[in-house]
Structures are given as structure tokens and as C-alpha cells.
Ligand binder design. Sequence first.
Ligand code: GRF
Length: 208
Amino acid sequence: MAIKIAILASGRGSNFLAILNEINAGRCNAEIKVLITNNPEAPAIEIAKKNSIPVEFIDRTKFKKREEMDDYIKLLLDKYKTELVVLAGYMLILKGKSLLEAYRNRIINIHPALLPAFKGEDAQKQAFDAGVKISGVTIHFVDETLDGGPIIYQEAVDISDCNSAEETAAKILKVEHKAYAKVVDSFSKGAYVLKGRRTQFINFPIKK
Ligand code: GRF
């Protein structure tokens, strides 16, 4: 069975598109039920519309507190019977307790650096400016911390030949596009269980 996913994106949506392409090519066993965005001008919306994927816009200004907005996101996720929440360039930190608890270990994010190095925004520029030779991609569970949830998958990218932060970002992005769909696909084949902070993949059927 294809896993039902919701994409949360605020911008360009290239990871969203990459996952969609892999699904359509039969390499990612998932079904995108909805795109949720906080940005009415996100190019990701066009991608969803072209592919007949429902779009839910959440207006930050309609909520007094961010927690309330996240409660609403939880309702949307429930409505679309979401099994896995995929953050793909979603630029707000999830703060709602009920959302984080209800979807514990079912919300994943992609970060364009090898965590725990270079957390937060502009990770590729941070890595380039720091002069590191190797950076990469991290896919991790989302918890209450910033880019601090348990790591699911990492892939190193040699950035020693990059001449700018932009080149660094472009080189890492290519790897993101392949890696994210692979990780999403793996969720349909099993589960990641946590031993402390270490994730371990278990194929179905899971023995209890
Ligand atoms: C990606 O670099 C991702 O790692 C980061 O935000 C960017 C989103 O890009 N979290 P896109 O919207 O998927 O093109």
C-alpha cells in the first residue's frame, strides 16, 4: 500500500516535485494527499495544481498564536488521513504540542547540511563560509528542537570544488532530490524505531 503523505512547503517546491516525479516513475511508494502552505505565492502551489493535488493555505495572520495555527495544521493532516508529514522547505518551526505529539516520529524534514552542523537557515552558506570540504544532506524526524530530531538518513556531498554558497546549494540540492524520495519510500516498507536518538529501520511485519 502506498503511504499517504502531506507535503508542507513555503517556497519553490523542488523537493516536492522530485518526490512527485519519483512517485510517478514508480520508484516511491507514496501518494501525496495534500500540499499545505503558509505562502500564497509559493511556486509549490502551481506544482500541486498542475498535478491535481489539493492545496490548503494556512494564513498566519488568522491565528493569535503559532500553536493555534499548528492545531489547525493537525486538523488538516487528520482530514487527509495523513500517515507521513513531509516538510519540504517549510519555513516555520512547528510549535504545536498536539501536532507534534499526535504525529510523533511521523513528521520528517530535509536539511541541506550534515546535522548537527549548520542548523537553521542558509545551511549551505554557513558550510561554504566555514570552509568545510564535506557537507551534505540530513533527513530527520521533527521534534520540539530546531533541526534537532533523531536522524534518519545522511549523505555526504563533497563541496571542495564549489566556488560560492549558491554552487554549494545547487550541488547539495541534487542529492536532496534523490534522497528524500528514497526515505519516503522506505516508510511504506517498514518503520523507523528509535533506540535513544538512534533510528533503526525495521521491515514489515514489525515483531512486537
Ligand atoms: C531545501 O534546500 C531544503 O533542504 C530546505 O529548504 C530547501 C527547500 O527547497 N529545508 P525546495 O522548496 O524543496 O526547492
